[in-house]
Design a protein around this ligand. Structure first.
Ligand SMILES: Nc1nc2c(ncn2[C@@H]2O[C@H](COP(=O)(O)OP(=O)(O)OP(=O)(O)O)[C@@H](O)[C@H]2O)c(=O)[nH]1
Ligand SMILES: [Mg+2]
Length: 399
């Protein structure tokens, strides 16, 4: 129901002409009666209307995430959908938006709920074999239960072995720029970021702290980290910088290994030792004329570029985008997006493993109930009080 109405203070002063929307329960977002006031957005209007509302008995400002929390508590959405909504509000790139929308639409919740129902049914069947005699039951009830538990374990294993794709899309894919000092790592970061994010200088050992820049690479969120040049450092501060560079290299989903074209064909041995299947190999300073078109480092094709002239830079961007796409494009089925999901799924899988090893049928049935409970925690059916505060804290006010 919508109407245009004057909004009045208790004194009778008209504060604004506003659009008033009335959503009767239970069809509203929260499942409760909800009134929305669409006022003219000036600060004085908003402050006046909020003051007038605060003067009414029983009214107070909503906490962050309170609308969504009430919707959850009234059974309007499950916990994974609520998380999807929070992610949608925070989405900065296309891949994040798509993933969040899919989760809000129930793609994850439906998977976990269907698994949970299978387990509840299986534990019921197993319990029936305790309470009833063989003659009263259809044949091979327990064999069927164990077969279903086996196939569910395989589905969960497959779901878990996604290399953290959904989590990376939510939090950002990590790309570390590594290499010897003075190779042009910071110049390359600045080029990718299209701004002077890091200090560039002719002195080896310029960068010490890790400098992170978030980028949108073909719709994927990528956090590019520039690091200190790898070498036996001169002094404590640089030493710490090099230690941090190595940590970044270990943590990264993808690496850009930069070699110095001024020293070519000499290559830094430590950087070379860090080159693996998730590394794009680059030789910078190709403008100095020492680097050929078809170079390689330890069998890996090396991309000649020049951060100074911009040569080869588009090719490098293309390589990064392709590497990200190859690794992080969404599969057909929805994937988990939070550590919370992963932990509960691992707990479920452990309970199922115990169940298959267990000789005592009563204990095995209890394992199935525990496994179902772990899944119920993801969608918010059981044991959720302790996680609710954490989840809804991430929301903004008014959602
Ligand atoms: N000729 C040439 N010089 C370059 C190129 N890229 C960077 N340089 C120069 O190389 C020097 C080092 O560049 P940086 O980007 O600071 O190198 P870095 O790898 O970050 O160095 P550290 O932070 O000390 O490890 C600077 O003087 C740059 O101007 C290039 O493509 N060609
Ligand atoms: Mg640097």
């Amino acid at each position: 129901m919508a109407a245009r109405r004057p909004i009045e203070a208790a004194s009778g002063d008209v504060l604004d002409e506003a659009l008033v929307l009335w959503f009767p329960k239970p069809q509203s977002f929260t499942g409760e009666d909800v009134a929305e006031l669409h006022v003219h957005g000036g600060m004085a209007v908003v402050a006046g209307v909020l003051d007038a509302l605060a003067a009414e008995d029983g009214l107070r400002p909503a906490d962050a995430g309170e609308f969504t929390r009430r919707a959850f508590e009234n059974g309007k959405l499950d916990l994974t959908a609520a998380e999807g909504l929070a992610d949608l509000v925070n989405a900065e790139t296309e891949a994040q938006r798509l993933q969040a929308l899919r989760q809000l639409g129930g793609a994850l919740g439906n998977i976990y709920e269907s698994w949970r129902e299978r387990l509840v049914r299986a534990s019921g069947h197993l319990e029936a074999t305790i309470d009833f005699s063989d003659e009263e039951l259809p044949q091979d009830v327990d064999a069927q239960v164990y077969e279903d538990v086996g196939s569910l374990r395989r589905e969960i294993d497959e779901h878990l072995s996604d290399e953290g794709r959904g989590e990376r899309i939510r939090e950002g894919i990590r790309l570390a720029i590594i290499g010897p000092p003075n190779a042009g790592k910071s110049s390359i970061l600045n080029m990718l970021a299209k701004r002077d994010a890091a200090i560039v200088s002719p002195h080896a050992g310029t960068t010490r702290d890790v400098i992170e820049v978030p980028l949108d690479v073909g719709g994927f969120p990528v956090i590019v980290a520039d690091t200190a040049g790898m070498r036996d450092a001169a002094g404590e501060i640089e030493e710490e910088g090099v230690r941090r560079a190595r940590t970044q290299a270990e943590m990264a989903d993808l690496k850009l290994a930069i070699f110095d074209g001024a020293l070519w064909p000499e290559v830094d041995t430590e950087t070379r030792s860090l080159v693996d299947g998730n590394t794009i190999v680059v030789v910078n300073k190709s403008d100095l004329g020492k680097v050929g078109e078809t170079e390689d480092v330890g069998g890996m094709k090396a991309l000649p570029i020049s951060a100074l002239t911009g040569r080869g830079v588009d090719g490098l961007m293309g390589c990064i985008e392709q590497a990200v796409r190859d690794r992080f494009s969404q599969s057909e089925s929805a994937g988990l997006t939070r550590v919370r999901h992963r932990t509960a799924l691992m707990e479920c899988e452990e309970a199922l493993a115990r169940c298959t090893r267990e000789a005592d049928v009563e204990v095995a049935a209890e394992d199935l109930r525990l496994a179902a409970r772990a899944l119920g925690r993801i969608t918010g059916r059981v044991d959720v009080e302790d996680v609710l505060d954490v989840i809804f804290r991430d929301f903004c006010i008014g959602k």
